[in-house]
Design a protein around this ligand. Sequence first.
Ligand code: LCS
Length: 393
Amino acid sequence: MPKNSRKTDIVHGIHTCHITTMDLVPPIHLTSTFRFRDADHGAGIFGGTDTGYVYTRIGNPTVDLLAEKMALLEETQGAVPAASGMAAVASVALTLAGAGDNMVCCSTLYGGTFALFNQDLKKFNIEGRFLPPFQCCDDGQIRKLMDARTRFLFIETPANPTLDIIDIERWAAIAASAGIPLVVDNTFASPYLQRPIALGADIVVHSATKYLGGHGDIIGGVVVGKGEIIERIKSEYFSHFGAVMSPFNAWLFLRGIKTLAVRMERHCQNAQKVAEWLEQHPKISRVFYPGLPSHPGHKTAQKQMDGFGGMIAFEVKGGIEAGKAVMNRVKLCILAVSLGDCETLIQHPASMTHATYTSAERNAAGITDGLIRLSVGIEDVDDIIEDLDQAIR
Ligand code: LCS
């Protein structure tokens, strides 16, 4: 059989209907526990000599369907859905690292991830080591932070909120030479636009809350990677820390993913037009969008992505006060955190999503006080531009 195209996999991939019910859409297995045929069957599953579902924290058919779909789309073997993107990130960190270990990452990360790596993991004696954005392409600087206790490298690309583009192949080579995994947060791109494992990364994490769900109605995450590491994350973290995804949410994510390709194409088209319009606007001082030739990561993005995504960051002349006025005046765009929804969302990283950084940490990460982040939706792009135009004027 010919290999399905990605667009076809997004719609059809994995799901097979039940032989008697023949449903188009898979059922939701809303059950916390599962029956054993007899006592030996139950004991056999626990002992590893028999197969079957046991309990939804350990495994559930609807959640497994989402895992299989994500493994297919990220071009690897395994995946494990999580209660949130943060649960996905935490599961990877706490499985790969223990007391006395460290990880090396770029300093421009989602605020929650930065807080986890910079503060919370300290309670476990796990240290986050951060590279400033302009050093993220400097192999020497990356290696300087690494030592024998470095358990993984972690990057976000495109990065939240500055849209920095990190060269995945380059980081993968450094990780491989040290014999440790590279973890990539692929939330901003989605597997439709970027597949880090095919570029040499070992593990991918997502806040599925964003483009995978696509409709702003659910929180979820997913970890994707080779079978062995996913099995470890499942048994060492999810079984006992318990931050699993519910079957109902998994079903909603399966529904959202079916339209991922068409949504991402519209997000990309709209964002490109909005970014180009912002770049020529006399009241806008800087625009960060990887699809603009002026973006320092434009060439790397062309190399490793199939499109530049729906996220833009920009600064208004007049700094934060002017930026606040824009956020207060939009009518169509919605002043809210999160991203990847059908609606265009606007927010202020320094006081909102990235308030977990101190002012000095934000400066080191390139997150200026005047930066505004726009998650360009799938509305008519002329309406988005008209709204921004009236707000900026
Ligand atoms: N990774 C990235 C790149 C994110 O942007 C987020 C959330 C997470 C992980 C965590 O995922 P969650 O637990 O929320 O599903 N980013 C958000 C943002 O930029 N605004 O609100 C949440």
